[in-house]
Design a protein. Structure first.
Ligand SMILES: *[C@@H]1O[C@H](CO)[C@@H](O)[C@H](O)[C@H]1NC(C)=O
Ligand SMILES: *[C@@H]1O[C@H](CO)[C@@H](O)[C@H](O)[C@H]1NC(C)=O
Ligand SMILES: *[C@@H]1O[C@H](CO)[C@@H](O)[C@H](O)[C@H]1NC(C)=O
Ligand SMILES: *[C@@H]1O[C@H](CO)[C@@H](O)[C@H](O)[C@H]1NC(C)=O
Ligand SMILES: CC(=O)N[C@H]1CO[C@H](CO)[C@@H](O)[C@@H]1O
Length: 906
C-alpha cells in the first residue's frame, strides 16, 4: 500500500501526498529516493541507483540497436525483480531530461558525467541515442541534451509496464495498451502513465507526430481506468482525495496528449470532466477596455470572468511546501494590461453577436470550449460579483484548463480570424492578470502565448515579435532573467517549481521557442532572420524549406544534399528534397530507408496528379496503394484518410471510401465535408438510412451553411419519405441561397410535393385544435417566407395560393393570383416575346378563374363581407388591359383567341 501512495505522490509531483504515518510502511531507500526526486535532485538519485551497475563500461558500441540491446539487458538484469526501484529511476531520468531541455536550469552534471563515460564515448552515445529516439525516418532533434536519459527511461518503462518495445522494428500490427481497473496492478498502471509522459516527451523532439508512439500514448491516456487501477490499491482513508487529484491530472494529460497527436477534436469531454472535478467557473463576456498606454478611449473587448472553487484553492495552499518564485511586473511592453471599465454598461450583445456561431438562446451553454454570456443576467452570480480589474488568483489546475482550452481553440479554428484571436487574448489575459504570486510554468507560458497572438494582428505584430525575442532569451536562460522568476533560492527550488505541471501543459522544448520565432519570421516574409535561426538550431530541413519558399531552390537543394551526405539515414531530408524536385525516386528512397510517412503521401499525390512532363496518367490504384501504406503506419492522420476516401469515391472503391470517411469522422466529428462524403459512400452502397444520418450530422457541424450538403440531405430525405426533414432542408436552402440566386433558391417540385402533402391533411377547423409541427412550419415557409423571395415564378405563387385557401383565407389566396399576374404582365418583353405573352395569358386565366371561384366567398371581415365584391368588373378590366397591351403584336395568336373566349364566358 505504502508503495502505491509513494508512486501516486510522484505522479502528482507532490510530497504532501505521502502522509507521515505511512512512511514507516515504505521501504526506506525508496522513500528517500522519492523525496529526492520530489525535491528536484534527480541527479543524485540516478547516480546512487546506477552506482553499482556497469551500464556501458568500456564497450565500444557502433549501432543504435546494439546500444538498445545493451541497455535493455543491463537494466532488465538489475531491475526485473524491483519494479518499484525501476520506476523511481525511470522517473528521475525523465525529469532530468526535461529539466535539461525544457525547463532549465541546466543541471550541474551531464548524463555522460553521471554515467562516467569518456568524452569519446560521449559523442558516440549521443548520436546513437538520437537515432534510437528517431521515428519513421524523422530524426529526433539532435542538439538536445542528455538524450540517453530519455532512452533509458523509456526502456525501463517498457519493462515495468511489460509492453513490447518500440525501439525494435515497427510491429506489423499496432498493439494498443489495454488497462483494466481491476486486473492491472497499480504499479504497472503507474508505469504506463509515466510511459505515456515519456512518449509525449519523445514526440516533442520530432518535427511531426508519427509512428506508433502517439497511438500507444493515447491508448494509455484513453480511459479513466488508468486512475482506478492505481487507486484500488490505496488505503481507504486516502483513496477519495488521491482519486480526485489523480483524476484531475489524468484529464488534463488526456487533453495534452490529444493536442500533441493532432487529435484535438476529441478534447471537449475531458475538458468538461476536469472542470467539474475542480469546480472551476468561467465565462466569456463583453466589456469595455482601455489599454493603459496607447488608448484614450475605451473600446469594446472581451473578458474572461473566472473563479476557482474555494476548496481547490485551499487544497493547493496546503501544498506550498516551498517558496513560489516571486517576481515583479515591471516591463512596459511585456506586461502592459488593459483596464476594464465596468462590465455591463454596454449592451454585451453587440460585441459578441457578430460571430455567427454563437446561439442566441439565453443562459450559457457550459458544454462548450468557451461558454459565453451574451447578457449580463446570463453571467453566473459568483462571477458577476468579481472585480474585472482585480480578479482573484486561480488554482493552478484551473489556469492549466484555460491554457489547454485556448490551445484547443487555436488548433481547431482557422488562423487569422479576428474574433477568435480576441477570444484567445481574453483567455491569456485571465491567466496573466491575476492577483497573487505567479507560477513560473504557467505564467511564462501565458506570456509566450500572448506574444504569439499579438503577432497575428497587424497593429501589434512588432510588439509581438519583440516579446517573442525577449522571451526566447529569457526562457532560454541565455541571459540573466529579469521578468521571469529570479533564481533566488538556489537551483533546487527553481527546478522543482518549473517541473510542476510540465506534464499537464503542452511541451515546448527550448529550441521549439526559437523555431516558433523563426516560423513567425517566415510567415511574415522575413526569411533571412528565419534562416539564421534555423541554421543556428541546425534544423537543415526547415532552413531549406525557407530558401525554397523564397524561390531559391538551388540553395535549398544544396543544403539538403549536404545534410543527406552527413546523415544518410535522414529520411525526412530525402523526402523534402523529393518535394522540391518532384522526384518520385527520392520519395521511394525516403520510404525505404526510414518509412517516412509523408514520402508515401507525396507519392500518392504524384500518382493522383502526375506532372505533364512525366508522361504518366492518373493512376488511382497506385495512389491508393501508397496511401494505404502510409495509413498503416500512421492511422491518426485526418488529411490522409480524407484523401484516401476521396480517391476511393472517385474510382468506385466505395467500401474503402466508407471506411476512410468513418475514420475521418471518428477523428473529427465536426467535419461537415467528411460526414457528407461518408453519406455519399453510403448512398452508393444503397444504405440510405446511414446516409441520412451522416448528412444530418453534416448539417449540424462546422459549416452549417454549405448548401450542397443541405441539397443532398433533401434528396436523401425525399427518398426516405422523411418529409419534415425535406421541409427543413428546403427552407434552409432558400435561406442560404436567396441572397445570391433569388427565387432560383426554391426547389419547385419539392415545394409542390410539400404543398400536396399539406393540403391533403385536414386543416383544423376548430380554433382549439393544434397544428402539427410539420403543418405550421410548412405553412410558415410557404405563406411567409416564399412570398418574400418569389418574383415572377407563377408556379410558385400558385402553391402559395393553394395553401392560403387551405388555411381558409380565400382573400389571401386571391391576393397571390393578383401578384402572380402583376409580376408576369409587367414584363416589358410581353410585346415581343411570344412565350411571355403565352404565360401572361395563362396567369390571366388563373386570375380570372380565381375571381370566379373565390370572389363570392366570405371575406376577411367575417360574416357578411365578401372576398371581392366587384370581382366580375375586376376580371373584365384585367382581360381588357392585357388585350390592349397585346393588340399590336398578338392579335391573331392563339392567346388572343383565349382572351376573347374568357371575356365572353364571364
Ligand atoms: C505555483 O506552483 C507551486 C507548486 O505547486 C505552488 O506551491 C504555488 O502556490 C503556485 N503559485 C501560485 C501563485 O499559485
Ligand atoms: C490496406 O490494404 C490491405 C491489404 O489489401 C487491407 O487489408 C487493409 O484493410 C488496407 N488498409 C486500409 C486502411 O484500407
Ligand atoms: C468529397 O469531398 C471533396 C472535398 O470536399 C469534394 O470535392 C467531393 O466532391 C466530395 N465527394 C462527394 C461524392 O461528395
Ligand atoms: C404559344 O402558345 C401557342 C398555343 O397555345 C403555341 O402554338 C405557341 O408555340 C406558343 N409560343 C411559345 C413561344 O411558346
Ligand atoms: C538546443 C537547445 O536549446 N538545447 C538546450 C537544452 O538545455 C540546455 C540547458 O539545460 C541548454 O544549454 C541547451 O542549449
Amino acid at each position: 500500500m505504502g508503495t502505491v501512495v509513494l508512486q501516486a505522490a510522484l505522479l502528482l509531483g507532490s510530497e504532501r501526498a505521502i502522509p507521515t504515518e505511512l512512511c514507516g510502511e515504505i521501504d526506506a531507500t525508496c522513500l528517500g529516493y522519492a523525496k529526492l526526486i520530489l525535491g528536484g535532485q534527480h541527479e543524485v538519485v540516478i547516480g546512487e541507483i546506477l552506482k553499482s551497475i556497469n551500464l556501458i563500461g568500456d564497450c565500444s558500441i557502433e549501432e543504435p540497436q546494439e546500444l538498445y540491446r545493451r541497455l535493455n539487458t543491463q537494466l532488465a538484469e538489475r531491475f526485473e525483480k524491483h519494479p518499484n526501484l525501476a520506476l523511481l529511476l525511470a522517473v528521475a531520468l525523465l525529469q532530468s531530461f526535461i529539466q535539461s531541455n525544457f525547463t532549465g536550469p541546466a543541471p550541474t552534471q551531464s548524463a555522460y558525467q553521471i554515467l562516467s563515460c569518456s568524452s569519446l564515448q560521449k559523442e558516440q552515445l549521443h548520436q546513437l541515442s538520437v537515432s534510437l529516439l528517431s521515428v519513421l525516418g524523422q530524426p529526433a532533434y539532435d542538439l538536445c541534451d542528455d538524450a540517453i536519459f530519455l532512452v533509458m527511461s523509456l526502456i525501463l518503462l517498457e519493462q515495468t509496464s511489460k509492453q513490447t518495445s518500440l525501439f525494435v522494428d515497427i510491429p506489423e500490427e499496432l498493439s494498443t495498451v489495454e488497462i483494466s481497473a481491476i486486473e492491472t496492478p497499480a504499479i504497472v498502471a503507474c508505469a504506463h502513465w509515466w510511459r505515456a509522459r515519456a512518449l509525449l516527451t519523445q514526440l516533442s523532439l520530432l518535427p511531426e507526430p508519427s509512428g506508433p508512439h502517439p497511438i500507444v500514448a493515447s491508448s494509455i491516456l484513453s480511459s479513466i481506468d488508468l486512475v482506478y487501477a492505481i487507486t484500488k490499491e490505496l488505503p481507504p482513508h486516502l483513496k477519495s482525495e488521491l482519486e480526485n487529484q489523480l483524476g484531475i491530472s489524468y484529464y488534463l494529460e488526456n487533453v495534452k496528449c490529444s493536442l500533441a497527436t493532432n487529435t484535438e477534436h476529441l478534447c471537449l469531454p475531458s475538458l468538461i470532466k476536469v472542470q467539474k472535478l475542480t469546480g472551476f467557473q468561467f465565462v466569456l463576456t463583453g466589456a469595455r477596455a482601455k489599454r493603459t498606454k496607447y488608448q484614450q478611449e475605451a473600446r469594446s473587448g472581451l473578458i474572461i470572468l473566472a473563479n476557482s472553487s474555494p476548496i481547490t484553492v485551499r487544497d493547493q495552499e496546503k501544498d506550498s511546501s516551498f517558496n513560489p518564485e516571486s517576481f515583479a511586473l515591471e516591463s512596459d511592453y511585456l506586461l502592459e494590461r488593459p483596464i476594464f471599465q465596468s462590465i455591463g454598461d454596454e449592451p454585451l450583445d453587440e460585441q459578441i453577436v457578430k460571430r455567427p456561431k454563437i446561439d442566441q438562446g439565453s443562459g450559457i451553454d457550459e458544454e462548450k470550449l468557451l461558454p459565453v454570456a451574451l447578457r449580463q443576467e446570463d453571467i453566473p452570480i459568483d462571477l458577476r460579483e468579481l472585480d474585472p480589474n482585480n480578479q482573484p488568483a486561480l488554482a493552478n489546475h484551473d489556469n492549466i484548463q484555460l491554457l489547454l482550452r485556448m490551445q484547443v481553440i487555436r488548433q481547431t479554428t482557422p488562423a487569422q480570424n479576428p474574433m477568435v484571436e480576441q477570444e484567445l487574448s481574453a483567455i491569456v489575459g485571465r491567466v496573466l492578470y491575476q492577483s497573487g504570486q505567479k507560477n513560473w510554468t504557467l505564467f511564462s507560458r501565458g506570456l509566450w502565448e500572448r506574444s504569439l497572438i499579438e503577432t497575428t494582428k497587424a497593429k501589434t505584430v512588432e510588439r509581438g515579435l519583440l516579446q517573442m525575442q525577449s522571451l526566447v532569451e529569457e526562457l532560454g536562460l541565455k541571459i540573466k532573467t529579469r521578468l521571469l522568476p529570479q533564481e533566488s533560492e538556489g537551483t533546487q527550488v527553481t527546478n522543482v517549481e518549473r517541473l510542476k505541471f510540465v506534464h499537464q501543459v503542452p511541451f515546448v522544448p527550448r529550441w521549439a521557442l526559437d523555431a516558433k520565432l523563426a516560423e513567425k519570421y517566415m510567415s511574415l516574409g522575413i526569411l533571412k532572420s528565419a534562416v539564421e535561426i534555423y541554421e543556428r538550431l541546425s534544423m537543415t530541413c526547415e532552413a531549406a524549406l525557407c530558401h525554397a519558399a523564397a524561390g531559391d531552390e538551388r540553395t535549398a537543394e544544396e543544403m539538403l544534399i549536404k545534410r543527406i551526405q552527413e546523415n544518410p539515414k535522414d529520411a525526412r531530408a530525402y523526402s523534402i528534397l523529393g518535394d522540391i524536385r518532384q522526384d518520385p525516386d527520392l520519395w521511394v528512397k525516403s520510404w525505404d530507408i526510414g518509412k517516412y510517412v509523408n514520402s508515401k503521401n507525396a507519392l500518392a499525390r504524384y500518382f493522383y496528379n502526375p506532372p505533364a512532363s512525366s508522361g504518366l496518367k492518373k493512376d488511382h490504384s497506385a495512389c491508393l496503394k501508397h496511401l494505404n501504406e502510409s495509413l498503416r503506419l500512421y492511422p491518426l492522420s485526418f488529411d490522409t484518410w480524407f484523401f484516401y476516401g476521396c480517391v476511393g469515391l472517385e474510382c468506385g472503391r466505395i467500401e474503402l471510401a466508407a471506411e476512410a470517411f468513418t475514420r475521418c469522422v471518428s477523428l473529427d466529428a465536426t467535419h461537415s465535408l467528411a460526414w457528407s462524403n461518408l453519406s455519399a459512400a453510403f448512398m452508393e452502397l444503397g444504405k440510405l438510412k446511414e446516409a441520412h444520418s451522416c448528412l444530418s450530422k453534416a448539417t449540424s457541424s462546422d459549416s452549417p451553411n454549405n448548401w450542397r450538403i443541405w441539397d443532398n440531405y433533401m434528396l436523401v430525405s425525399i427518398k426516405l419519405n422523411l418529409w419534415p426533414d425535406v421541409l427543413l432542408a428546403c427552407r434552409k436552402l432558400v435561406e442560404i441561397r436567396k441572397g445570391k440566386v433569388g427565387e432560383f433558391s426554391i426547389d419547385l417540385p419539392v415545394v409542390e410535393k410539400l404543398v400536396e402533402l399539406l393540403v391533403t391533411s385536414e386543416f383544423p377547423s376548430e380554433a382549439s385544435a393544434r397544428l402539427t409541427h410539420f403543418q405550421s412550419s410548412c405553412m410558415e415557409f410557404i405563406c411567409e417566407i416564399l412570398p418574400g423571395v418569389v418574383t415572377t415564378n407563377s408556379r410558385c405563387w400558385k402553391q402559395v395560393a393553394k395553401v392560403e385557401l387551405w388555411r381558409k383565407r380565400p382573400w389571401a389566396s386571391l391576393d397571390c393570383y393578383e401578384k402572380e399576374y402583376r409580376a408576369m404582365s409587367h414584363n416589358p418583353d410581353l410585346e415581343f416575346d411570344e412565350k411571355v405573352w403565352n404565360d401572361s395569358v395563362d396567369t390571366c386565366d388563373d386570375l380570372v378563374s380565381a375571381y370566379e371561384s373565390l370572389g363570392e366567398m366570405e371575406g376577411k371581415h367575417g360574416l357578411g363581407s365578401l372576398v371581392c365584391k366587384d370581382w366580375k368588373y375586376k376580371a373584365r378590366s384585367t382581360i381588357k388591359s392585357l388585350m390592349s397591351r397585346g393588340k399590336n403584336n398578338w392579335e391573331d395568336s392563339d392567346g388572343w383567341e383565349r382572351l376573347v373566349e374568357l371575356r365572353n364566358n364571364l
